[in-house]
Structures are given as C-alpha cells and as structure tokens.
Design a protein around this ligand. Structure first.
Ligand code: T4K
Length: 396
C-alpha cells in the first residue's frame, strides 16, 4: 500500500528539508588549519598567500595564464564588463540567473536578450546573430547548469563582428567542451564560488583569461584601480577575496574530482529512478560536453504527466523536497526588464519561455544520500501515478 502523499493529506516524507544548493563542505580540518595560518601570519586579505595559491590552482585547472579571484561572481562580472570595454548593447541569453543581466545593466549597458536552443538550454547563436546592431559591443555567453555553450559558433560570430566574447561560467568549473576545460573560452570567463556552488569559498568568484592586457586591467580595477601597488591608474572598486574565503576555495578545489564523482553518481541514480515515469525527462549533457553535474534538472511534459510543472513542484515541497525552478520565468519576463521597451520590445523568446515553464531542479551533491535520491524519485513516480487526485486537490 503506498503512503499518502503529503499534498493529499499525508505526513511529509522527509522530516528535514532537502535543499537544492546545500553546500559541500570539504575537509574541515584543512580549512581550519589554513584559516589559522592566515590569522597567525596576520595577513587576512589583499593579495595574501592563500589568495595567490587559489589563483594559481584555478589558472592551472582552467589551463589559462591569468586568474583574479574576487569576493563574488557578480562583482567579477562588473569588473570584467568595465575592464573589457563593453558599452551600448550586449547580447546574452534570457534563460540565466538574474545576475548575468543585472551586472550589465548596473554598468550602464542594455542587455539584449537572446533565445536558447531548447535541447541544450544554451544561447542560440543564430538568434544572437540576428540581434547584432551597430550598438552591440559584446556577447555574454552562459554555460547553463554547467553545460558548456556552443563556444565554436559564438567565437565565429564574435570574430566576424569584432565583438568581445565573455562567459558567465558561474555554474561550470570542472566542465569541458570537446576536451577543452571551461575557463578557456572567449576573451575571459567568470566562475562563482557562492556557498550553493559545488566548489565554494563561502562567497567568491574568479575571472580567468589568456589576455595579458585584460588581466592587468581587471587586476588593477579590482583593487581601486591600483593593482597590487599604490599608484592609481584607473577607476576601480574593491572586489578582493579574503584569505578565509581562499582557504575554503583551495580546499574545495582540491576536492573537485571527488565532488564530480559524487554528483555523477547521484545523476545516474536519478536517471535510473526516473526512467519510464510518463512526462518526466531528466536533462542530460550533449555529446560534445563533459559536465560537473552540479545541477539535476528534469522537465515536465504536462500532457503526458497529467500534472503541470508547478503541481509537481508543490507535491515535492509538501514532502520537504525543496525543488527549484531555475531559471523561471527568464530575465526578460522579470523586473525591470519586462517593463523596459529597450529590453522587452523585440520579444517574446518562445524557446526560453517554453523551457522555463517545464524545468524542475532537484537536490544533489553531498547534501543528499543515494537512498534519499531513490526516495525523491519514488515521490515523483507516485505523484504522476496520482496526477488526477493532485490536480483535483490543487483546484479545490
Ligand atoms: N551568474 C549565474 C549564472 C549565477 O547562477 C549566479 C549565481 C551568478 C552569476 C552570480 O554569482 P554570485 O555573485 O552569487 O557569486 C543562489 C545564489 O545566491 C547564487 O549564487 C546562484 N547563482 C543562484 C542560482 O542561486 P538563491 O537566492 O537561490 O540562494 P540562497 O543563498 O537562498 O540558497 C539557496 C538554498 O541553498 C537555500 O534555500 C538553502 C541552501 N543553502 C544556502 C546557503 C547560502 C544552504 O543550505 N546553506 C547555505 O549556506 O540564489
């Protein structure tokens, strides 16, 4: 006899909530040791040895010449946008976290929202080509959910029009495309190490690039326009990372191969557990890409499942599975863009809107056991089997 689903009056299956984004904490002893060393040497921020080591380790991981770490990825994007000379209009996918758009607008640039390829969730280069105007200065690609964007077509497009090509790679450290690691594409890329990212430094970000001049400008601007010295050469801000954050970041990065294995194992478990559930399809990497699997995303086909994405999410929430719908509804349907002629007028974006209405993100990483993954899949299976009752309950 199956238990009653919580949405139909039963008790929630999980007593403690299962979060999307529960932090992976690496070897705590090592983190604390490194923090203690920073305290002992009284060097807490501003180009300390841990920050330098984290930059070195990240550059090595990405296979690039330069890495500048920052206090978060949003400020890293802002510094890069300014240092890279972007202005006017910049093309980006709408189907991304709001920070990709906000950082452009914050820097006085009009974000021009582009549609996506629904199969990959990533920017559609053909649509991007149609959005180029005399005001366009760059493209901000996004490796959505850690799945690398079509970097070859975007490089061709940017090259043909003399545009800057940057990537918001907040989700994608450890992923690669055609054997080339993310961090290595375009003119520069930006990682995020927010606590919810599978490699974290509490808060943090990094700009990685092979461009010597750009790296120098970024390094200068992220420390009040002074680089590591006293001489002020440009406008700047304070985007520096602390030694405490770097201690966590270094230790987290050392753990990356293990964490990718953990993520992959959970992905495979979800794949097996959701196989054959009508109207439910787990999103998988495309052939060109190797991914870090830090996000588990599935799609709901309402006609086949008999219940909508939102009804299924409500069912999961009632069971204490705190599923998310990243990135619904898409930046272009979000304030302030939705009410701005400059960013909304040439829309809608049918593929972005369709996909954003279908996706659900599930917990993964070290915050969930394989047994729990199986139990989450059972809840989804049961929900689809009892779709008419759930629909009736949500209409009541
Ligand atoms: N570009 C893209 C494509 C991005 O996805 C992001 C950020 C950025 C740029 C900007 O990067 P940062 O400036 O943040 O470095 C989160 C994160 O704040 C954000 O980093 C992330 N993307 C975005 C997708 O999600 P929230 O508001 O959902 O996160 P938050 O902090 O409420 O946490 C979500 C859940 O995780 C909580 O309900 C519980 C759990 N959690 C969270 C934290 C912080 C924990 O269990 N422990 C924790 O310490 O935005």
């Amino acid at each position: 006899m199956p238990r009653d689903l919580a949405i139909l009056g039963g008790e929630p299956f999980f007593v403690q909530p299962l979060h999307v984004g529960r932090p992976n904490v690496p070897d705590e002893r090592k983190v604390m040791e490194r923090i203690q060393q920073a305290i002992d040497r009284r060097w807490l921020t501003s180009f300390g040895p841990l920050v330098k080591q984290f930059e070195h380790d990240l550059a090595l991981t990405a296979g690039v010449k330069h890495c500048i770490v920052t206090c978060n990825a949003s400020i890293a994007l802002q510094v890069l946008i300014r240092a890279g000379g972007l202005r006017g209009e910049v093309i980006l996918p709408s189907f991304t976290f709001i920070a990709t758009a906000h950082t452009l607008l914050w820097e006085g640039i009009t974000p021009i929202f582009c549609d996506i390829d629904e199969d990959t969730g990533n920017i559609d280069p053909d649509h991007a080509a149609r959005l180029i105007t005399p005001k366009t200065t760059g493209i901000m690609g996004v490796h959505l959910w850690g799945h690398p964007a079509p970097t070859e077509q975007l490089a061709d497009l940017a090259g043909a029009h003399g545009l800057r090509l940057f990537y918001d790679s907040a989700h994608a450290i450890g992923s690669s495309r055609l054997g080339r690691p993310v961090g290595n594409f375009g003119d520069a890329e930006v990682y995020s190490f927010h606590a919810t990212k599978f490699i974290n430094s509490f808060e943090g970000g990094a700009i990685v690039t092979n461009d010597d001049e750009l790296a120098e400008r970024v390094r200068s601007m992220h420390n009040y326009g002074r680089g590591e010295g006293e001489y002020v050469s440009s406008i700047g801000t304070n985007a520096k990372m602390t030694e405490v954050a770097a201690a966590m970041g270094i230790t987290s990065l050392e753990n990356m191969p293990y964490l990718i294995d953990v993520n992959r194992e959970r992905f495979e478990h979800y794949r097996a557990g959701l196989a054959g559930v009508p109207g439910v399809e787990l999103r998988c990497p495309s052939r060109e890409n190797t991914v870090n699997h830090q996000y588990i995303v599935f799609e709901v086909d309402e006609a086949e499942a008999g219940l909508s994405r939102d009804e299924l999410v409500a069912t999961l929430l009632a069971e204490n599975v705190l599923a998310r719908t990243h990135f619904h509804p898409g930046c272009h349907r979000t304030e302030p863009y939705v009410h701005d002629q400059a960013t909304y007028a040439p829309l809608p974006l049918p593929h972005s809107e369709a996909l954003s209405d279908r996706v659900v993100m599930l917990p993964t990483g070290t915050g969930i056991t394989l047994t729990e993954v199986g139990q989450v899949c059972d809840i989804i299976r049961q929900a689809v089997a009892q779709a008419p009752a759930i629909r009736a309950a949500s209409l009541a």
